[in-house]
Design a protein around this ligand. Structure first.
Ligand code: FPP
Length: 275
């Protein structure tokens, strides 16, 4: 139906892409990458092998998203809870994996015109990792295509706490908190995601039906797509399948389905004997 297929998609991706309506692609996709540990366990490998394989999935997903011109992709790479509750050795491995990923990936990000951003309490991460993150962000800062945001040491509740604190601080410096008037736009401007529109679609891998403290404010109206695929097996093709599912849904934002308003009126009018 749609002939123009972006360059770089493989045969299977092209097949799924042709079923999509390019005018209704989600602008912002958020992904909860889950199942690395289970992937490794099934292969009798250590958990860290699952994380290593997860990097291949990150690469494929990021490249496909950029190729089809998604404006923003946000990946939940590392939660605040991961940081506090996992063995030090696993956390250390994830940190060094992230550092190596950033170093290796900057040329590909630049080739695909991708700008890198982060959300989360970065100041709590090891200093060498923070330096590498700042370097990679700076090296991609002039790209004008997709924004790739990595959630690192991220917690939605901490983000909200930080936003409230930031609003109070800003008001205190600007005439005092007695003049503070909070509305939804103002909260949005103080969140870590102030550079992004709210996600239209959130994908979770490995079959779990939870948001796990991810973007709780921003996902208020997002479509949720859960796939049984474990993260290390996830590829651009699976992302396109998620988008196909998203396009089958009708988004209502608390309103009525197209046509339902009329039907509801007719029903109530009929019950009042006015039809
Ligand atoms: C969840 O799997 C995944 C993580 C906690 C880490 C995600 C990290 C990567 C995909 C690799 C590095 C990322 C980047 C951006 C370079 P899990 O360990 O919770 O899996 P399980 O639920 O099966 O135990």
């Amino acid at each position: 139906m749609y002939d123009k297929v972006p360059t770089g998609l493989d045969r299977k991706e092209t097949e799924v892409y042709r079923r999509l309506d390019p005018a209704r692609l989600p602008k912002h996709i958020a992904i909860i990458m889950d199942g690395n540990g289970r992937w490794a366990k099934r292969r009798h490998m250590p958990r860290v092998a699952g994380h290593r394989a997860g990097v291949t999935a990150v690469r494929s997903t990021v490249e496909t998203a950029a190729r089809i011109h998604i404006s923003a992709l946000t990946l939940y790479a590392f939660s605040e809870e991961n940081w506090k509750k996992r063995p030090k050795s696993e956390v250390g491995f994830l940190m060094s994996l992230l550092s190596r990923y950033l170093k290796a990936e900057v040329p590909t990000l630049n080739k695909n015109n991708i700008r890198l951003e982060y959300i989360g309490r970065q100041h709590e991460l090891p200093e060498d990792v923070q330096e590498r993150m700042a370097w990679a962000r700076e090296a991609t800062a002039r790209n004008s295509g997709m924004v790739l945001t990595l959630a690192l040491n991220y917690s939605a509740r901490s983000e909200l706490v930080d936003a409230f604190q930031s609003m109070v601080n800003a008001a205190a410096q600007n005439g005092g908190i007695e003049h503070l008037h909070i509305d939804e736009d103002m909260v949005g401007r103080h969140l870590y995601t102030r550079h992004l529109p709210d996600p239209d679609l959130v994908v979770r891998t490995s079959g779990e039906m939870r948001l796990s403290n991810f973007l709780l404010w921003q996902l208020a109206y997002a479509e949720i797509y859960v796939t049984p695929t474990l993260w290390p097996d996830f590829r651009g093709l699976h992302l396109l399948e998620g988008i196909a599912e998203y396009q089958k849904r009708e988004r209502r934002y608390g309103g009525l389905n197209h046509g339902d308003g009329h039907a509801a009126f007719e029903t109530s009018a009929a019950s009042e004997g006015k039809s």
